[in-house]
Design a protein around this ligand. Structure first.
Ligand code: NAP
Length: 327
């Protein structure tokens, strides 16, 4: 099969087309003929040598695919051969065929194409598990999304808005802020010209945000602590601004704040299966009703994976980049 491999750690040019053996699905896995694969920032980290492949996972990049089930262990799964699914995988997405745990497959939502569905799993599993499970965003609570125009950000804004929450989002330009607002954010905050602490405090009558989804960390953390409401929760999913920062712990004690975080890729299949069930029950109806829409900025052929990475690193995109593998 055709695939993309990382020939050595480096820039986008180290992503090269290759021929590989077809993956052989293990017990509990299905074989998917990939129609499209999502591109995510963790793929860029893997390409630069900063995100090691978990033991047993494919070294081919790509954490999400959508396509047709063509074989594998389907017994008791509720899926059948020929069905279109999207799947969260631990690697191997940038290829014509990919093995996926059947527990991490979800049907392509009615009204969505496989190409659109390939943009779903990585950000939907990440946002749901962090915002609604770890940080427990509850009824009537507000959410601040850092990096609102990212793949993660557009998912978080739409999901929380569709579930009835007030959402604020930061982004690096006025245009990106307006894009966040068009997806449902009450206010896009240009972090280059505005202080998100001041803006969120003033929009919430001085209270602050109940939950913050953060991909920046570093020097942001202390300001995020100022920005949280009493009993607020900060959930960190990436360290784009650095792994270290100085924190005033007295605020955490005095106002009963929680600082937490997680990474999705190394979590066991049973954890991801639980999230898949919740997505299917709570979020898939919103996708099928058009209350959450695909936000695909650009598609590329499989051979153009390096161009997709270069665009992602330029951070000029809003939403998701997808490889159209049957193109
Ligand atoms: N923990 C997990 O399980 C998990 C899973 C998936 C992804 N992630 C992480 O989540 C992040 C987003 O992933 P993605 O695939 O959605 O990437 P992406 O689309 O490339 O988005 C990265 C975003 O970061 C924004 N950004 C950078 N510095 C910022 C700052 N100081 N303030 C606000 N925004 C800032 C950029 O927007 P501007 O140009 O507007 O700054 C850009 O939109 C990545 O770091 C990724 O590694 C974590």
């Amino acid at each position: 099969m055709r695939a993309i491999e990382i020939v050595k750690p480096g820039g986008p040019e180290v992503l090269l087309p290759c021929e590989r053996e077809m993956p052989v699905p293990k017990a509990g896995e299905v074989l998917i003929k990939v129609h499209a694969a999502g591109v995510n920032r963790p793929d860029v980290l893997q390409r630069t040598g900063n995100y090691p492949v978990p033991p047993g996972a494919s070294d081919i990049p790509g954490l999400e695919v959508a396509g047709e089930i063509v074989g594998g262990d389907l017994e008791g799964s509720g899926f059948s051969k020929g069905e279109l699914v999207c799947a969260l995988v631990q690697g191997g997405g940038y290829a014509e065929y990919c093995a996926a745990p059947v527990a991490q497959c979800l049907p392509v939502p009615r009204g969505w194409s496989a190409l659109q569905a390939a943009s779903l799993p990585e950000t939907f599993f990440t946002v749901y598990s962090n915002v609604f499970e770890r940080a427990k965003l509850g009824e009537g609570e507000t959410l601040l999304v850092q990096g609102g125009s990212s793949g993660i950000g557009v998912t978080a804004i739409q999901m929380a808005t569709a579930l009835g929450h007030r959402v604020f989002a930061t982004a690096g330009s006025d245009d990106k802020c307006r894009a966040c607002e068009s997806l449902g954010a009450e206010r896009g905050i240009n972090y280059r010209s505005e202080d998100f602490v001041d803006v969120v405090k003033s929009l919430t009558g001085g209270k602050g945000a109940d939950v913050i989804l953060d991909m920046v960390a570093g020097s942001y953390v202390n300001r995020e602590i100022q920005c949280l409401a009493d009993d607020g929760r900060l959930v960190i999913i990436a360290l784009l601004g650095g792994a270290k920062g100085e924190v005033n712990f007295s605020e955490i004690l005095r106002r009963r704040l929680t600082v937490t975080g997680s990474t999705l890729r190394p979590r066991p299949v049973a954890f991801k299966q639980d999230i898949a069930h919740k997505l299917l029950e709570r979020i898939w109806p919103l996708l099928e009703a058009g209350r959450i829409k695909p936000v695909i900025y650009k598609t590329f052929s499989l051979e153009q994976a390096a161009n997709a990475h270069a665009l992602m690193e330029s951070s000029t995109h809003v939403g998701k980049l997808v490889l159209d593998i049957v193109r």
